[in-house]
Ligand binder design. Structure first.
Ligand code: DHB
Length: 393
């Protein structure tokens, strides 16, 4: 098979890129190793920045989002038994965020691609990308028990942290910057209306807790737990009791309990691979960078990468100039490092590091007090949380 752009992976990066290219009249093929049901069931974060929503709207993929997403104008931070709300619009000149699960974005984009009759193959396991430094890179994969070849003008690796695309960049030409955190998250979904109108990020001596939501009837909550935690060790009762303790605040607030429908443990890592391009192979989303989940930047970074890349590929098709493709890695990395810093900041400010000293805990409290008392410090958080505008072409 032959195509202009071969896309490996049908997470949000691969699917949004396919949609952007389709709308620009550039043909592409998406290869996904897992089955559709698996891809559509994966639980990820649920906060969309303005730029992500703009991109989905621009390609006609926001119909359900616009009908169902919850629009949030702030978050609450909790520490030392008190809460402080950070108001986004007043601190950022009107910016806000949308609560809409990543898995719903994925479902919407898959449905659109299949409705267009455009190529998207599930169960297509890529084992190699060859000739990335030539004019005709080739993707080798297995589908329906047969070895197959996809010959491309460009290949885009949207296949995540454990995918094959990153390894197709010679080790001597890439560098990975990394930090692994000494804690994980236990995430739950519960059939109970959220106990708050906006998300709550709680610092507590027993560890971090986050109250998020999916719909007016479904809550999503997270607890900091030690690395290696087995979700089976956490009964529903133990989870709700621990959440209660960590969210405790002076005043009348109460956490609603309900049936827990999913439990999983997420490790926390920061990682950036540079550059995000080798010849005609481009890396996007988690294939190039990972953020710890605090602040929900992963999907938004992936969307920003592919908006920049789609623009560069369209520019190349229209003008013959590779200028924007040549700038892709540098353009994306500026935004990536900003989000890396913010995610690291949110993570290290709010979690209890088992190896920390009381000195570091005092610094965390001082930083939270500062956000509560200085509009400048609060605006810094609000600007990063709601996301930077996309660079212009
Ligand atoms: C969610 C996850 C996050 O990491 C976050 O910072 C906010 C929300 C979520 O899953 O809803």
């Amino acid at each position: 098979m032959r195509t202009t752009v071969g896309i490996i992976g049908s997470g949000p990066a691969g699917l949004l890129l396919a949609r952007l290219l389709h709308r620009a009249g550039i043909d592409c093929v998406v290869l996904e190793s897992r089955e559709r049901a698996h891809v559509e069931r994966r639980q990820r974060a649920g906060i969309l920045e303005q730029a992500t929503v703009d991109a989905l709207r621009a390609v006609g993929a926001a119909q359900r989002l616009d009908a169902e997403a919850l629009v949030h104008d702030g978050i609450e931070l909790r520490w030392n038994g008190r809460g402080h709300r950070v108001d986004f619009p007043s601190l950022t000149g009107g910016r806000r965020v949308w609560v809409y699960a990543q898995t719903e974005v994925v479902k919407d984009l898959i449905a659109l691609r299949l409705a267009d009759g455009a190529p998207l193959f599930f169960g297509a396991r890529v084992h190699a990308v060859e000739g990335a430094d030539t004019d005709r890179p080739v993707v080798r994969y297995t589908h329906e028990g047969k070895e197959k070849t996809l010959t491309c003008d460009y290949v885009v690796g949207c296949d995540g942290f454990h995918g094959v695309a990153r390894d197709a960049v010679p080790a001597t030409l890439r560098r990975t910057f990394e930090r692994v955190y000494p804690y994980s998250w236990l995430g739950i979904l519960a059939d109970v209306p959220p106990s708050c109108d906006e998300l709550i990020y709680a610092h507590s001596p027993r560890g971090f807790a986050l109250h998020s939501m999916r719909t007016p009837h479904v809550s999503r909550l997270y607890l900091q737990v030690p690395n290696g935690t087995d979700p089976a060790d956490w009964s529903d009762r133990r989870i709700w009791d621990e959440l209660d303790t960590r969210f405790a605040v002076d005043g009348a607030w109460r956490l609603r309990r309900g049936p827990i429908t999913a439990k999983s443990v997420l490790p926390m890592r920061s990682s950036v691979t540079e550059p995000m391009r080798y010849g005609r192979l481009f890396l996007a989303g988690d294939a190039a960078h990972i953020v710890p989940p605090t602040g929900a930047k992963g999907l938004n970074l992936a969307a920003a990468d592919v908006v920049v890349l789609a623009r560069a590929l369209a520019h190349r098709a229209e003008t013959g100039s590779a200028d924007l493709l040549d700038a892709y890695s540098d353009t994306c990395l500026r935004r990536v490092w900003r989000a890396e810093h913010f995610s690291y900041f949110m993570t290290t400010t709010l979690h209890t590091d088992p190896g920390r000293s009381d000195f570091e805990t005092r610094l965390q409290i001082s930083q939270l007090d500062r956000i509560a008392s200085s509009p400048h410090a609060a605006a810094e958080l609000a600007e990063n949380y709601t996301g930077l505008p996309l660079p212009h072409a």
